[in-house]
Write a protein that binds this ligand. Structure first.
Ligand SMILES: Cc1ncc(C[n+]2csc(CCOP(=O)(O)OP(=O)(O)O)c2C)c(N)n1
Ligand SMILES: [Mg+2]
Length: 545
């Protein structure tokens, strides 16, 4: 069989269902095989950049490796941002790119590019396979690397001739299975003793706690310790949990800062946070000062980077939490008195301003709705104001923070969990980058509601410059584009709202009950400063003498 067919059989065996990308001459052997393999659906997008983010998001919500493919040359370079994002977010994605035939390297064949070194620094493994007999073994090796230890993306460049050559293959190798990282029991025991003897403490949860929230809550409830989450951890714990104290970091809550500043809280249990800039209010010293610090993570490089950690526990977070809970119970750590964490709350002012628009939308959307949040000033309002009504309902990406990524993230969520409603909140700037993917949603009948906060400017930059420099370049603003009219031309149902009253049950029900994507355009220029002061402080700090 053709070498590339063997690769597809292998991926199918591993449960891969979707291949995200765009066809091209250099990968046409790959796509031709899909014609006969109905189990694998190609998701053909409008720009490979979106495919790269979609594949990452799909990996996140399906908890398995996903696959993204593009041409040699320009298709490959269009994948770079999404690949870097997958690396940062520790998501296992197999990036496949075409390459010119081996015998033509260096001869200016169409779309020639040596992609291997370009991908090297943003993957766990990047290789060009020049021998068709090695294609499948290299793919199998790359998949194993992608899912092992700290997951991440891998890249394989497949020259055209290598894909097409016949290989003699008796069997398809078994699909790799990730080996769990078992935590050190002595460290867990030490942590449990510190937590019980420290009397009072709190939990600091990052997005690494995803999938382990019930275990984490069992520990919180046993000890009656409050929990703060990082901005990327928003959505992991519903607001109505008595021990939830809000978001700490970028656009976070006073209640969370008060908790962190409470010197009586002598022990801090960090669960799945790498303690980066936005999670720590620019590495605020008070976070760990005077405390016994315990950190759980599967990535050992996050320990004692900026903050010294007394008890690092290297292992899969669910396993670490499970054993920690057992030890805590063995030590008799049970609090009879029920604590309630202080929470910051906000009452809608009923004005046509960003936070009230976002809150009103939630009134008419199902509680299980997952919000895929793009990057813009609206993101700060989302983190600060939106309600968390159910577990794992927000997808926020401040780490790599690529505009347009939120649009693609909505696809990954919807394809991985088709029964969960998905609403993407994006801005006009992001829409102009990857908004054409709404056509992809239409072509695949994906009922995603895209809320476009249209302020006819790069609002986050506008406010950032105004705060930092007291001025903003006029070119950060543009003439308003009627996105609803554009959507109609694309054949996508759309409603434009210009007041808070325009957002009501009928409008939202109408948009949520279409067999395909819909758009809610919110035409609003919010002159208020978004809650993003800490980011501006960070950027400004480098000019100080
Ligand atoms: C790919 C990329 N380029 C540039 C930026 C810097 N940036 C962050 S937010 C933003 C403006 C986003 O504009 P829009 O989508 O209209 O949202 P708004 O801030 O107006 O709400 C820019 C340029 C980025 N995060 N990602
Ligand atoms: Mg804007």
């Amino acid at each position: 069989m053709k070498a590339v067919r063997a690769v597809l059989h292998f991926l199918k065996r591993g449960g891969v269902k979707y291949i995200f990308g765009i066809p091209a001459g250099s990968v046409n052997a790959f796509f031709d095989e899909l014609y006969d393999m109905k189990e694998l659906t190609p998701i053909i997008v409008k720009h490979e950049g979106a495919a790269s983010y979609m594949a990452s998001s799909y990996a996140k919500y399906s908890n398995q490796l996903s696959v993204c493919i593009a041409s040699s040359g320009p298709g490959a370079t269009n994948l770079i941002s999404g690949c870097a994002n997958a690396m940062r977010e520790q998501l296992p994605v197999l990036f496949l790119t075409g390459a010119v035939p081996v015998s033509t390297v260096g001869m200016n064949a169409s779309q020639e590019l040596n992609a291997e070194p370009i991908f090297r620094s943003i993957t766990k493994y990047s290789v060009t396979v020049n021998d068709s007999k090695k294609l499948l073994t290299e793919v199998a090796k790359a998949v194993e690397i992608a899912i092992s230890g700290v997951p991440g993306p891998v890249h394989i460049a497949m020259p055209i001739d290598v894909q097409l050559q016949q290989v003699d293959l008796a069997t398809i190798p078994p699909y790799p299975i990730r080996t769990p990282i078992y935590p050190d029991m002595m460290a867990i025991k030490q942590a449990a003793i510190a937590m019980v003897s420290g009397k009072s403490g709190f939990i600091f949860a990052g997005q690494g706690a995803r999938g382990s929230t019930s275990l984490m809550l069992e520990i919180a409830e046993l000890l009656q310790w409050p929990i703060v989450v990082t901005p990327q951890g928003k959505g992991l714990i519903p607001d109505n949990h008595p021990l939830y104290a809000g978001v700490y970091g970028f656009a976070g809550h006073e209640s969370a800062s008060n908790l962190v500043n409470d010197a009586e809280r002598k022990v801090m249990l960090i669960v799945g946070s790498s303690l980066g800039e936005t999670a720590t209010n620019n590495w605020n010293e008070n976070l760990t000062k005077g405390r016994v610090v315990i950190q759980l993570d599967y990535d050992s490089t996050v320990f004692s980077r900026k903050y010294s950690v007394d008890i690092p526990i290297h292992g899969d977070i669910d396993l670490s939490l499970l054993h920690l809970h057992e030890y805590l119970k063995d030590l008799g750590a049970k609090q009879d008195r029920e604590a309630t964490a202080e929470k910051s709350s906000y009452q809608s002012s009923k004005e046509f301003i960003s936070q009230d628009v976002l809150l009103k939308l939630q009134d008419f959307l199902p509680e299980t709705t997952r919000y895929a949040i793009d990057v813009g000033e609206f993101m700060a309002y989302v983190v600060h104001y939106m309600n968390v009504k159910d577990v794992d309902t927000f997808d926020i990406n401040i780490h790599f923070g690529a505009m347009g990524q939120g649009i693609a993230a909505a696809f990954g969520s919807m394809l991985a969990e088709p029964d969960r409603p998905v609403v993407c909140i994006t801005g006009d700037g992001c829409f102009f980058m990857h908004g054409m993917e709404m056509l992809t949603a239409k072509e695949y009948n994906l009922p995603i509601l895209f809320v476009v906060m249209n302020n006819a400017r790069l609002g986050m930059v506008y406010h950032g410059h105004s705060l930092q420099y007291n001025r903003s370049h006029p070119r950060f603003e543009q003439q308003a584009v009627n996105i609803t009219a554009m959507s109609q031309a694309l054949g996508i149902p759309s409603v434009r709202v210009e007041s808070l009253d325009d957002i009501n049950k009928y409008v939202i029900n109408h948009l949520m009950n279409v067999d395909g994507p819909t758009i809610l355009e919110v035409s609003l220029v919010d002159e208020n400063t978004p809650p993003m002061g800490e980011r501006v402080k960070f950027l400004s700090s480098f000019g100080k003498v």
